[in-house]
Design a protein around this ligand. Structure first.
Ligand code: PDD
Length: 290
């Protein structure tokens, strides 16, 4: 579990996370009426903040909630949160809900200020055991709603899917919708098929991952062949390699799916290349002037 770092932000104030309080009438609490972002911080610097803030805007647009801050205000707020928590390697979590109403009513409230909350937790490197051996995953029917492109705080579907995977001794659930694999319960999906990297195209079936974009950029800059196309369940099961990507875990390999080995049962050679490219990219970024 990622334990929160001590300082949080709530509605204009920096305060100890243990002292942060919201009302039970907050629409985030009553209706999961809000959206969120998770932004990695490397050596005190936010990674691709503009991309994360653009996706936040698109999630807010998706739920028809006005953005309470412009990009400069978000940057100031988030950079201060990083400093207050001692810099270094962090995962920032931010959440915007439709605010606290005077009662419980499904209809949007009028003129209620949104609730803005942010906190940080330590960001650890991908564990050596996962780098070496990869992880187990299982496939599950995608029980989530039809707007998986919105980073909504309504994560009950994701939570139930992930828990089912854990109870079956797997790290992640790869989700199937209409006979196709879309993404993981908290990650994007890549496979290697006949030497080509394949990932499902962006759609309302999956979250447009910031790490997913990075991996495709790196594929281009390093001349690796890739394709954005839907992945039928049968293609997933015969993949040479399977990878998952997210802001907190970068890119890691699935080496066992539904109890059967993928490739030779070890993280594959293209995953190894991509993992190295991501590390080189981060190193170059950190050595560049801020
Ligand atoms: N989850 N798909 C889903 C359903 C996710 O929840 C996530 C990330 C991703 C990957 O997106 P990105 O590369 O932008 O992190 C894809 C975050 C980390 C979370 O909920 O904690």
């Amino acid at each position: 579990m990622a334990v929160s770092l001590p300082v949080a932000y709530l509605n204009g104030k920096f305060l100890p996370v243990a002292a942060a309080r919201i009302s039970p009438l907050d629409r985030g609490f009553l209706f999961a009426d809000g959206v969120y972002e998770v932004i990695p911080v490397y050596a005190g610097r936010l990674f691709r903040p503009a991309d994360h803030l653009r996706r936040l805007q698109s999630s807010l647009d998706g739920i028809r909630l006005q953005n309470p801050h412009d990009e400069a205000q978000w940057s100031m707020l988030l950079e201060r949160l990083v400093r207050e928590n001692g810099g270094g390697y962090q995962a920032l979590y931010l959440q915007v809900t439709r605010g606290t109403d005077t009662g419980r009513d499904h209809a949007f409230p009028q003129k209620t200020p949104p609730t803005v909350f942010a906190m940080a937790s330590a960001l650890d490197e991908l564990p050596a055991a996962i780098r070496e051996h990869g992880v187990r995953a299982i496939t599950l029917a995608d029980i989530r709603w039809h707007r998986c492109d919105i980073k909504s705080v309504a994560l009950l579907g994701h939570v139930l899917l992930r828990q089912t995977a854990l109870e079956q001794h797997a790290s992640e659930a790869i989700l199937l919708r209409d006979g196709h694999a879309t993404e993981g319960s908290a990650s994007n999906l890549f496979i290697v098929d006949a030497g080509v990297i394949v990932t499902p195209p962006k759609s309302t079936d999956l979250l447009p991952g910031i790490t997913r974009d990075l991996l495709l950029e790196l594929a281009v800059s390093h001349g690796l062949a890739y394709r954005e196309s839907r992945i039928p369940e049968t293609q997933l099961h015969r993949a040479q390699e399977i990878w998952l990507s997210s802001s907190t875990r970068e890119v890691y390999a699935v080496t066992e799916l539904d109890g059967r080995g993928i490739g030779d049962g070890k993280p594959g050679p293209l995953w190894r290349c991509m993992y190295d490219y991501v590390q080189q990219y981060k190193t170059a970024l950190l050595s560049a002037a801020p």
